[in-house]
Design a protein around this ligand. Structure first.
Ligand SMILES: Nc1ncnc2c1ncn2[C@@H]1O[C@H](COP(=O)(O)OP(=O)(O)OP(=O)(O)O)[C@@H](O)[C@H]1O
Ligand SMILES: Cc1ncc(C[n+]2csc(CCO)c2C)c(N)n1
Length: 277
């Protein structure tokens, strides 16, 4: 007697993780004060400034953050860049006192001595890890936020990283690697032109599109590992149980069509979306 075919195992049920870029809005949308979840107005923002030109929205995000950490030469960018961004004839030292980093951390080969001394005198904590030449300054800063800062234990922590994209390709890849090193922390890499975050495979992702400030161009990229099955909704070119890999298909130059995009995958994926100027 023929046996009945064994039914395929049910697809794993994943919890939903919600994402929103409402933190970039000039004034927060109702309930959109933080980073990860648009309905979670208690989300806690930590800011990391890298050694790249400050994005135009840096002052706004600085004001929203609970802790501000400069990665080594990122402190030079705050020292030089905040007075420039705010122009309007304000006294540079008055601006610098208002935009004082809580911490400068890194291997300290890029922060200028006078900048380090200036902020140290204002009370900034300086963490010199010049002995560690195996992890990047961004990695060191995420470690600091995860282990030592006042926001470390917040379940709704969102770390915004300024100046992570554009510039040197080895640094960009190192910055993206940090997303894969800390898959359980909500980290968003930002430039003036786009943002990037990781979609861990443990969840289905519901990405709320803030159309006034982001899109329509987007991408879904399996940087860390290939994916045998990714399914999306809300995109012009949706994936339906589709494989993606470097050397095969990766979803670049896609377009968001709906206010909500959903993504489910068997691999960690990078989500990226363009920012409007
Ligand atoms: N051109 C860039 N593009 C993207 N990220 C950058 C760039 N330059 C610096 N960063 C980021 O800012 C952090 C601090 O930069 P900094 O220049 O102080 O690093 P660094 O370790 O001295 O770099 P290196 O010695 O490789 O030149 C880096 O860890 C990196 O995450
Ligand atoms: C295989 C390997 N490649 C590169 C480096 C160099 N490196 C990586 S992170 C870092 C610190 C930058 O502030 C430096 C110098 C290394 N150690 N190991």
């Amino acid at each position: 007697m023929a046996l009945a075919p064994t039914p395929p195992p049910p697809a794993p049920q994943r919890p939903t993780m919600r994402h929103s870029s409402a933190f970039l809005l000039p004034s927060p949308a109702p309930g959109g004060g933080g980073g990860g979840d648009p309905d979670d107005d208690a989300a806690t923002v930590a800011l990391v400034v890298l050694n790249q030109p400050l994005p135009r929205f840096a002052p706004r995000l600085w004001s929203r953050a609970a802790v501000r950490v400069c990665a080594d030469g990122g402190a030079n960018r705050v020292f030089d860049g905040m007075p420039e961004l705010l122009h309007g004839g304000q006294d540079p030292d008055e601006v610098r006192a208002r935009y004082k980093p809580d911490v400068i951390k890194g291997d300290m080969d890029s922060v200028r001595p006078e900048v380090k001394g200036y902020y140290s005198n204002l009370g900034t904590k300086i963490v010199d890890e010049s002995h560690d030449q195996d992890t990047t300054d961004l990695h060191k800063c995420i470690d600091f936020i995860a282990k030592n800062s006042s926001v470390a234990n917040k379940s709704n922590l969102c770390i915004l990283v300024l100046g992570a994209l554009g510039g040197r390709f080895d640094h960009e890849m190192g910055n993206i690697n940090v997303l894969h090193l800390f898959p359980n922390i909500n980290i968003i890499l930002l430039s003036d032109d786009c943002l990037i975050f990781l979609l861990p495979r443990t969840h289905t992702h519901m990405i709320h599109i803030e159309r006034s400030i982001e899109g329509p161009h987007c991408g879904l990229i399996p940087i860390g590992m290939p994916s045998t099955s990714t399914t999306t909704t809300g995109l012009r070119w949706n994936l339906d149980n589709t494989s993606m890999s470097y050397g095969g298909l990766v979803s670049t130059s896609n377009i968001v069509e709906e206010d909500k995009v959903t993504v489910t995958s068997d691999s960690d994926l990078i989500w990226t979306i363009s920012l409007k100027n």
